[in-house]
Design a protein. Structure first.
Length: 102
């Protein structure tokens, strides 16, 4: 319970964003780790990308590195495939955009 003199944070009512942030997924893993182990543990997880949510397993199919020594290496490899930029909200994504295997 918050103290009376503590600041409060109001949550907005913004539009929802599909998929999990890449940082959340990578925080659940221990480093170094093989790509195949990441696929086994998190392959069905849908991550947020600039083109809409994609299954991490499908993204890993496009990654060449077989092993990630650090979280930074993993995130860099994934961003190399999906790109960087604004993530669309559910209302922003036009019909037909990738939502699963891309």
């Amino acid at each position: 319970m918050a103290e009376e003199n503590e600041p409060t944070v109001e949550l907005g009512t913004g539009r929802p964003v599909e998929g999990a942030p890449l940082a959340r997924v990578s925080a659940r893993l221990m480093w170094g780790i093989e790509r195949s182990v990441v696929r086994e543990r998190e392959g069905d997880t849908r991550i947020r990308t600039p083109e809409g949510p994609r299954r991490l397993g499908a993204v890993l199919d496009e990654v060449e590195e077989p092993y990630f020594a650090t979280r930074r290496e993993f995130e860099s490899a994934v961003r190399g495939v999906v790109g960087t930029g604004p993530v669309p909200t559910t209302d922003d994504r036009p019909d037909g955009d990738r939502t699963d295997d891309g």
